[in-house]
Write a protein that binds this ligand. Structure first.
Ligand SMILES: *Cc1c(COP(=O)(O)O)cnc(C)c1O
Length: 363
């Protein structure tokens, strides 16, 4: 069976080496040495002043919203994983959806300004599939209107834009290190920021608000992560370059086999000056009907692509319905094909062969 993704596992001996140290120290969580080492490594990698390692990418978004003191309305993308919208609602804010750009599939910056009201406090945009949002245009709007920017950068590990890590844009960027992500710590996530005050808040908020043992800075929650998760991160981190290289190779093979012979498959656009991470392989078909026939044929061969992201988040039963025609259209006919480190060239060829067959004999 071939799934859309498969977790990368480092050699078991490398993880076991870290386990030995954890057993000796009996320091399992609460800012242990492995967690501090991972945070330091990632801070350097992100070229950022601050990075807080957290228990997952969803609490990262929630803490970013709370720590940056967003309230009222947050302008966001309807084309992302559910956690982007649910976190806004969880923090008692209202998501206001700006439609996406038909090429990058990220929030369309030109649609943000008309949605700003007296209640708007921030923008939460996703670098979907690791494709950079129009960070310059978004920054201009945010500065003009005094809004905070949070990027859901769950897909953006390793992406650079204009020579700078993409997670370095905005007031804060949140990451997910869930097992299925390009870089992972089994479960995990974090927030990148260059803002001293925000970083301080993120750090106490993840640890119940503690200021020492008997005092508290403010309200907090338990969003810490453990030595076991940090150890996985330390084991996976040295492979990141190799993981990205392998994904690039598979992406180029998909491109070579699918983007020819008038197959009516299109791909999102990666903006210029992007060093991409190849975190997903999304394709767009002519229609949902074509997508469905492709999915059926692949499934018959035990190949399981995923409809990332369907349906639009503006259709969730706990948000106000809003019209986002481009998202509705894209979401109905976009499919992510299998892409992971261990995927074999022959498997990609097989997937493309099935797809080419369906697409040539459709109608
Ligand atoms: C995976 C993901 C999340 C959630 O991260 P978790 O670590 O699973 O909580 C949030 N946003 C996007 C865009 C994601 O893909």
């Amino acid at each position: 069976m071939i799934n859309v993704t498969r977790a990368f596992l480092p050699p078991a001996e490398q993880y076991q080496k870290y386990l030995k140290g954890i057993w000796e120290r009996a320091h399992l969580t609460n800012n242990g040495p492995l967690l501090l080492e991972l945070e330091e490594k990632l801070r350097t990698y992100f070229e950022s002043k601050h990075f807080s390692f957290l228990n997952n990418g969803t609490s990262a978004i929630q803490i970013a919203i709370k720590g940056l003191e967003l309230s009222g309305e947050i302008i966001t993308t309807p084309f992302s994983y559910v956690a982007t919208t649910s976190s806004i609602v969880w923090e008692n804010c209202k998501p206001v959806f700006a439609d996406i750009d038909a090429h990058t599939l990220c929030i369309d910056a030109t649609k943000i300004e008309s949605l700003i009201t007296a209640k708007t406090t921030g923008i939460l945009a996703t670098h979907v599939y690791g494709i950079p949002c129009d960070v310059e245009a978004i920054e201009k709007i945010a500065t003009k209107h005094g809004l905070k920017i949070i990027y859901d950068a769950a897909h953006a590990f390793g992406v650079k834009y204009k020579g700078k890590p993409l997670v370095n844009y905005g007031h804060a960027s949140t990451l997910s290190f869930h097992a299925t992500k390009l870089f992972h710590t089994t479960e995990g996530g974090g927030i990148v920021t260059n803002d001293e005050t925000a970083a301080h808040k993120f750090n106490y908020m993840r640890n119940f608000g503690h200021k020492g043992q008997e005092d508290f800075w403010g309200v907090g929650i338990n969003a810490k992560n453990s030595e076991f998760h940090a150890a996985m991160g330390l084991c996976v981190f040295p492979y990141v370059e190799e993981i990205i290289r392998k994904r690039k190779e598979l992406t180029e093979l998909y491109d070579e086999l699918l983007l020819k012979d008038n197959l009516q498959i299109t791909r999102p656009t990666i903006p210029a000056e992007t060093e991409y991470n190849y975190s997903y392989y999304p394709v767009l078909f002519e229609s949902e009907a074509v997508l469905k026939s492709v999915v059926l044929s692949l499934q018959a061969d035990f190949i399981h692509p995923r409809r990332y992201f369907y349906p639009p988040l503006s259709t969730l039963n706990y948000v106000k319905k809003q019209s986002v025609p481009i998202t509705t259209d894209v979401s109905s006919r976009v499919l992510c094909l299998p892409l992971y480190y261990e995927l074999e060239t022959e498997q990609v060829k097989r997937i493309c062969q099935i797809m080419r067959h369906v697409l040539r004999f459709k109608s």
